[in-house]
Design a protein around this ligand. Structure first.
Ligand SMILES: Nc1ncnc2c1ncn2[C@@H]1O[C@H](COP(=O)(O)OP(=O)(O)OP(=O)(O)O)[C@@H](O)[C@H]1O
Length: 363
């Protein structure tokens, strides 16, 4: 019998799950293996102070998802550390796509999102022009044309066009950009947004979140989407917030999962904590961050969470609301290289061994 977070105790029932790690005893020794359910949708919040393993854990989850059929993982990567998932030349590489300059199709954003993105009031002047343009057209050129065709007061027209030009200058909208169909192809897609400012980074996240949610609601998909967002406070603080909240509050019914990782749980809106059915907490020490989690602390957690904080990188306490259980665990080692690593001799040696092995295999 093994324990599957999000499902409970399970015999080998053949349902999809990923190997998350092992139980951790008080003396630090490792116990039985621990798994994470991939059969149904989940909202998972991964928290922890810098350097204690959030991105690493996100990578472990991404690896497990990549090796599971029936799911389609997308990673929003603001630090540029997940490319190694799909480009690792070692022995355990994963089939997937890394997009260094990700662009979304303009109509992945609905008219309300366009106004929010550009900071415009949809009820007035330039905002209502952008709203109508987004309703009618699916390209930025088309939207600009739509604005000029309205015979609106020239001040409003100029303001709307300037805002659309600003959006164009971000380089994240393209009619040939990624759409839900591409993201749902099954292989992992890593969207490296590390070169972008906060607004375009948020635009990509909102576009992707909305596209995945809309595709799932339309009921035409044959894989369940998983959206993994690192440094999630950047997106909960920006225009992507609404798309993430939609997935958190309404995503599970159509089958969309969200895994958000942040070192600042205090910057995550309450809904981001209360609607997560699984909390994976690495070490946290800031009072504000512990308070944010304590406010949502379930009654079945005996004693304060602060007293159960792990001490070492990779160690976690997991609160599983679907089974109302709490677990002390050690997250397993990554199979692919962790992009956030400082260079180390052992990591280089591992990569060299792998490339020698694969060369020998092809000789
Ligand atoms: N489960 C694990 N097994 C082994 N090593 C780990 C594990 N988790 C983390 N580490 C080690 O801790 C380091 C820091 O992890 P990681 O980069 O994920 O931190 P982080 O919390 O995301 O920090 P940041 O907020 O700075 O991105 C890793 O490079 C790795 O060496």
């Amino acid at each position: 019998m093994t324990f599957v977070i999000g499902r409970g105790e399970a015999d080998d029932d053949g349902l999809p799950k990923l190997h998350l790690g092992a139980y951790r005893a008080l003396d630090g020794s490792h116990g039985a293996d621990l798994y994470l359910d991939l059969d149904g949708p989940h909202s998972i919040l991964v928290v922890g102070k810098r350097g204690y393993g959030k991105s690493y854990t996100l990578g472990v989850i991404a690896e497990g998802l990549s090796r599971t059929s029936g799911v389609a993982p997308t990673v929003i990567d603001p630090m540029g550390v997940f490319a190694s998932l799909a480009t690792d030349s070692g022995c355990s590489s994963i089939a997937g796509t890394v997009l260094d300059d990700p662009a979304v199709v303009p109509d992945s954003l609905d008219p309300r999102s366009w106004c929010a993105l550009l900071g415009l009031d949809p009820e007035n002047g330039a905002g209502s022009l952008v709203w109508q343009a987004a309703q009618e057209r699916s390209t930025l050129d088309g939207m600009t044309m739509s604005v000029t065709e309205r015979n609106a007061p020239s001040r409003d027209e100029r303001a709307a066009i300037n805002h659309l030009r600003l959006a164009e200058s971000w380089g994240v909208f393209d009619e040939d950009g990624i759409d839900a169909e591409t993201l749902l192809s099954g292989e992992i897609t890593v969207l490296d947004v590390s070169g972008l400012d906060s607004a375009p980074m948020n635009a990509v996240c909102r576009g992707v979140g909305e596209a995945l949610y809309r595709a799932s609601v339309s009921d035409t998909i044959d894989r369940l989407p998983w959206l993994l967002v690192d440094e999630a406070h950047t997106f909960f603080d920006g225009v992507a917030k609404r798309a993430l909240e939609t997935i958190l509050t309404r995503g599970r019914a159509p089958g969309v999962s969200l895994v958000s990782a942040t070192q600042r749980p205090s910057a995550v809106p309450d809904v981001g904590i209360s609607q997560s059915d699984i909390l994976v907490s690495h070490r946290l020490t800031s009072g504000a961050d512990l308070d944010a989690l304590t406010r949502a602390q379930p009654t079945y957690l005996n004693g304060p969470l602060s007293e159960r904080m792990p001490a070492e990188p990779g160690e976690v306490v997991i609160i599983d609301d679907s089974t109302e259980t709490v677990h002390a665990a050690q997250v397993r080692k990554r199979e692919t290289a962790h992009g956030g690593n400082s260079p180390s001799v052992s990591e280089r040696a591992r990569a060299n061994t792998c490339s020698t092995e694969s060369k020998t295999a092809t000789d």
